[in-house]
Design a protein around this ligand. Sequence first.
Ligand SMILES: Nc1nc2c(ncn2[C@@H]2O[C@H](COP(=O)(O)OP(=O)(O)O)[C@@H](O)[C@H]2O)c(=O)[nH]1
Ligand SMILES: [Mg+2]
Length: 583
Amino acid sequence: MRRFQSLIVKIVLVTIWCLSLFFLLRKTDSISSDGTDLKDLNKLYEKIDGLIKENSLLKKANENNKNHGNSDLKSLEEKLQLCKRSQLLNKGSSLEKQNNNDLITDQILQPYENHDQQTRIILNDVVEIGYSLSTEFRNLKKTMTPETLDEALVRLEQQRKTIEIDIEDLRQSTESNRRSKAEKLNDLVKRRIEYLQNPSDCGSSQQLLCKLNKGCGFGCQFHHLIYCFMIAYGTQRTLVLDSKNWRYNADGWETIFQPVSDTCTVAANHPVNWKGEQYNKNDQVVLLPIVDGLNNRPPYLPLGIPEDISDKIIQLHSDPSAWWVGQFARYLWRPQQWLLDDMAETKRKLDIEKPIVGIQVRRTDKINTEAAFHNVEEYMEHVEAWYDKLALRRLKEGNTDPLVRRVYVASDDASVLPEARRKYPSYTFYGDVDIANSASLNQRYSKISLRGVIMDIHFLSNCDYLVCTFSSQVCRVAYELMQTEDRSIQQHPLFHSLDDIYYFGGQTAHNLEVRYDHEASPRLKEIELKVGDLVGIAGNHWDGQSKGVNRRTKSGGLYPSYKVLEKYELVKYPVYPQVPIEK
Ligand SMILES: Nc1nc2c(ncn2[C@@H]2O[C@H](COP(=O)(O)OP(=O)(O)O)[C@@H](O)[C@H]2O)c(=O)[nH]1
Ligand SMILES: [Mg+2]
């Protein structure tokens, strides 16, 4: 009897707790404008009204017939549990809302409801491709002809693409969540840069002076600006740009792009040469040399990323180092209105639509000095692979609309566009032979050539996928500009480079961490790896093997690319507490 009474008391208490929690949450919860939350709340009200009625009925029943009360009690207990659960769920979603607003502390990306099922599909995919591989190899051992070999490759390649599609489907489930977080992160960095660049009193602010006129091409000069900007950001000095007598346009940067500051465009004092962050502490204006001549290098250099937001960047972005470079690239890349109009008009004239893949074919002065020659077919192989996968995806989704395979061609060689059109008639190519001509060596350092390279970078960076040689700074700038766009959240990878991996001239060491042991095969000129070793990467051969130096054993050579993971360098950049995390 006492147990029964105490149970009743407990139930009443739980009901009261449940109701107060509910009303408390109701007060603090934001209600969405589309009314969905409101509907849910109304349903909860009804449930709770029902519970109150049932509770009083039960009390009566307890007085009238104690034995019958047991079954009612059970159902009431169940309902109270339900109420508790729904309140907890409600609490969960409001916490999630809170966390969504807290860029720094929120760690969890909710997996979607079919997450486990989809991961099983992918695991099966991998098991199946394992079966296929051993069967194909066994068959090839019996009869290996060029035909059977090609057939096996085609079949395996198609199967591999389906695995990619299945993984992409899994990623799609968290896409909107990732996208909104990525936007917030972009916005935070942008506001921090704006704060740095617009001091209220330019006359007394500390500044870093950067001369645009590095003796190289536009991509290289643009990277020089990014390097200056990163050090300006790291040392909390406003970047001041000196672009007088720019080799591409004597009128300077500001006639093409917006100035890097609204309030501080001229150095406030005579500059002092860079001696090192600490040595220049009390100097108001410091002139930064090109990276090749930089002494006492500060830590604020690519490929490092800012420590305070590193978790988020690594969680959200497939190439965190390029993303960080991309933040400065995007801030610098703010064309003047006439150029924006020109870009829009050129797009309209070319009639560019999506999906579209961009290729950049760097030739002329680059070949056999800084890079090897690559023919159009080498680029198109990767373009075809990208479209073949898209075609498979569309089949899977039941989309039978004809797939137009579009390619934007950027080059400093005017023969590339007509050659591509001739060799690949089923593709639609976009590009401008005049632009390519203007990039030839005898016309390169002119305003018209500048317009051309800017257009090419603009259209390349707006493509869905890039195929190029990362040895070219032109393509790397396009890739960096992609980092702040939604595509960097939707797709991985965003590019295929025919030569180098992503790098930044003057960067700090690029290390990777070993995650699987590896026994070196002398036949393949490989190096030994042990879990936890650091490997300094020299390049990816894009054939499953990469080249590098094991920092522990000091030996250099090849190793399987999949056995290592990026080891990001976390740099203590200032966190700009004056700038709120959320707007
Ligand atoms: N329009 C256009 N110009 C290019 C292209 N590739 C190279 N150029 C020109 O050649 C210069 C090469 O500059 P640089 O920044 O040193 O890049 P990299 O030599 O390719 O690493 C560019 O700035 C352009 O003026 C291209 O695809 N399109
Ligand atoms: Mg160059």
